[in-house]
Design a protein around this ligand. Structure first.
Ligand code: RB5
Length: 148
């Protein structure tokens, strides 16, 4: 079980974020809410960047980012070295993102994924460990941004 999870969302992910926090807290996880704190319109890059810097600073072990589609916030998060954000629409993608990619941020789309599915995805993500082995070298290469 990860020690600390930070979560952030824009206005379109606010409702899903609120329910995911309740779901995780009920299961005994420690969750830090980085906002947004209401449904007033905001910009997903601001919350993606806030979550990314929180994790790269070592203030959380894992993150969850939510926007309307999950796309914008995952793009914002993946601009940071050391962040491996995976947009997951089903449980299989959640499992593979952990097994093969050692994803450290789960991204969800509040307008495109049902709440029960989102909770199942979240459970799968946090119960699955990185497989390592042949996948470790590939994950290491991500940090080099393809530079020789
Ligand atoms: C907000 O309207 C929406 O564009 C945003 O939440 C997200 O889906 C962007 O990728």
């Amino acid at each position: 079980m990860p020690k600390k999870i930070a979560i952030a969302a824009d206005h379109a992910g606010f409702e899903m974020k609120t329910k995911i926090i309740a779901h995780l807290v009920k299961k005994g996880f420690e969750v830090e809410d980085l906002g947004a704190h209401c449904e007033d319109r905001v910009d997903y890059p601001d919350f993606g960047f806030k979550l990314a810097t929180h994790i790269t600073a070592g203030k959380a072990d894992f993150g969850i980012g939510v926007c309307g589609s999950g796309l914008g916030i995952s793009i914002a998060l993946n601009r940071y070295s050391g962040i491996r954000a995976a947009l997951c629409h089903d449980v299989t993608m959640a499992r593979l993102s952990r097994l093969h990619n050692d994803a450290n941020v789960l991204c969800l789309g509040g307008r495109v994924t049902g709440q029960v599915t989102a909770e199942d995805i979240t459970d799968e993500f946090f119960k699955t460990a990185f497989e390592g082995g042949r996948h470790q070298d590939r994950v290491n290469k991500l940090s080099s941004c393809g530079a020789a």
